[in-house]
Write a protein that binds this ligand. Sequence first.
Ligand SMILES: [Zn+2]
Ligand SMILES: [Zn+2]
Length: 356
Amino acid sequence: MKAAVLREYDAPLAIEDVPEPTPPEHGVVVDVEACGVCRSDWHAWKGHGEWADDAVERGQVLGHEPAGRVAAVGERVTEWAVGDRVAVPFSLGDGTCEHCVTGHGNRCSDGYALGFEAAVPGAFAERVAVPHADYNLAALPDALSARDAAALGCRYATAFNGLVERASVGPGDRVAVHGCGGVGLSAVQIAAARGATVVAVDVHEEPLALAADLGAAELVDASGDGGPASTAAAVRELTDGGAHVSVDALGRAETCRNSVRSLRRGGTHVQIGLTTDAEAGEVALPTDAMTRNELDWVGARGLSPTDYPALLRFVAGAAVDPGALVTREVSLEAVPARLAAMDDYETAGVEVVTEF
Ligand SMILES: [Zn+2]
Ligand SMILES: [Zn+2]
């Protein structure tokens, strides 16, 4: 079958013929109908993460935001049958550790990151194997297309985890979102649908316009001369003293600190973006102010498979349209070029592979 393979960092992904996957006894093989193209793929392709010994190995099939149909089932799988429509979380649990059984499979101590490690080749491919399928897979409602379901993972799912599960955003909250790429725009839509008033921050016009379309009440263009202090001050002014919840949806030192400085007393910063080579995984923070103002700082990575039903209920119940985030449908062959386009932040919204 065809797949997009990381052969060398920062060189175009290779479109290759690779062996067909077979289902592990506790897993399934999914026919991929759609798979989102994500900044996490870009980080992997660039070889980021070496400072944490976390760089993705050469030879990896990338792609971690698939939806499709079950094509083959392992002998110990009880919940799924050939033909079932499914969404596949990228943070896959083993279903048995203390984190999995308490509803935090995204923190699994023996988990898998689909498309980022050799044990779980990714979904920039015609088919993908999914381990521990009974624990990990989510059934797609008829109303949700594979394309729109692909737009849910991992960005939408991570934003849902950060805002809803970790920060309990609700009606009346003021929410700031720093960085309006895919995960930031997802955060804007989710927060607005939860009844919060959203301030969206970015340095480019197009993402800000998309944020407004998705429900942001106020926009801050952070590209001006005023620097970080003025960005945070603008957010605090627009939120009547600071945001209850502020999200760093990009993962740069500046967006992280801007987000923390955007908070009102007692507020919660949600870190979603992972850092780049420049930060190497560490960002200096205003800890005295965080202490005096009793700020919370929480991280969010993916969404537990056990929380996918809640996410799908939210999408149906709040009548939000994750498909509205999709700005482009592309073929598998186009993935190398679409990743390269992320170098200069030329992409906006969510791009989805729909042709394999
Ligand atoms: Zn586990
Ligand atoms: Zn992703």
